[in-house]
Design a protein around this ligand. Structure first.
Ligand code: G4P
Length: 290
């Protein structure tokens, strides 16, 4: 699935981040807990040049807790890396983040130089919500369409803790096809940049394989024959259930697809994670062989 890529904006953002990186002690990458690998930007590791990193798995309230545990363990096993799962309602977020950052850079304690941390994340991952929660007030919401470059913000979380909001947006280049679909399913991709029917079918295919009981419960489908329905049969069933029909009882696939996506994004199907570390490694291998 193609996601629009803006080379000019990306280069500008890349340059600005590389420049900022010179005066940064560590990096926080905000990830979507439902799709940690798909929502991560490999370019960031390259730009950060081995600086310590904290991965925040945000929206954990929407993600499958067992899979979140797998992802946390996966990241914690990496050198100079810590991971935290959070959600917007966590009023301890600032304390947890600050504590973890200081754990990563213990040698700095006692120095009067502030800890300078850069926070990055793809649009819609919850960065503004988290920052607003941490600074305790509403800050101006900046453009979050891919490619819009915004001014850098510096936030003083404490006298000795400065948080820099990323200048510009860095979009991951889609190498793993399933990753593109997962990003689209999560709502990170603008509506006009994707085919909702295609995205909903790929999502339904994943859900029927890995979260069948949740799918059956949400759309009141009996175990049999729904256990062997394919993605199209599921979309048609959803259409019947939510009245997404055209004249003569024909299925309105677009409307049914929108319904599935809204349900997934809002957590109405249940707590779901669209990838495990093991699945991601397999998809990556396949993509690299191509
Ligand atoms: P961004 O700055 O990274 O682009 O994301 P932003 O904070 O604007 O958050 C994007 C959407 O995700 C918002 O919903 C926000 O409420 C929601 N969100 C952020 N963090 C969490 C979380 O931990 N859990 C859940 N469930 N949702 C989260 P929205 O519908 O776009 O706006 P609104 O309903 O908040 O007005």
């Amino acid at each position: 699935m193609a996601i629009q890529w803006f080379p000019g904006h990306m280069n500008k953002a890349k340059k600005a981040i590389a420049e900022r990186m010179k005066n940064i002690d560590m990096v926080i990458e905000m990830l979507d807990a439902r799709l940690p690998a798909s929502s991560s930007n490999p370019l960031l590791a390259q730009l950060a040049r081995g600086k310590p990193k904290l991965n925040i798995l945000n929206k954990q309230d929407l993600a499958d807790p067992e899979r979140t545990a797998l992802w946390l363990a996966h990241y914690q096993a990496q050198a100079q890396t810590r991971a935290l799962a959070l959600d917007a309602s966590d009023n301890q977020a600032a304390a947890k983040i600050s504590r973890t950052c200081r754990e990563l850079l213990p040698q700095r304690s006692g120095l009067d130089k502030p800890l300078r941390v850069l926070i990055c994340g793809i649009p819609n991952v919850g960065k503004s919500t988290l920052i607003n929660g941490m600074i305790g007030k509403k800050s101006a919401k900046t453009g979050n369409e891919p490619g819009i470059t915004k001014a850098e913000q510096r936030l003083f979380l404490a006298d000795d803790f400065w948080l820099y909001d990323t200048p510009g947006m860095l979009w991951p280049k889609i190498i793993v096809e399933q990753g593109g679909y997962n990003l689209a399913a999560s709502g990170a991709v603008g509506r006009n940049a994707l085919d909702e029917e295609e995205v909903a079918l790929v999502l339904l295919d994943y859900l029927r394989r890995h979260y069948l009981p949740l799918l059956q419960a949400r759309y009141a489908a009996d175990k049999d024959p729904s256990s062997h329905w394919d993605d199209v049969a599921w979309l048609e069933w959803v259409a019947q259930k939510c009245g997404a029909l055209l004249g003569g009882g024909r299925v309105n696939y677009q409307k049914a697809a929108e319904r599935v996506l809204v349900d997934f994004r809002g957590g109405h199907i249940g707590r779901i994670t669209l990838e495990t570390p093991q699945q991601w490694a397999g998809w990556l291998k396949t993509a690299q062989r191509r």
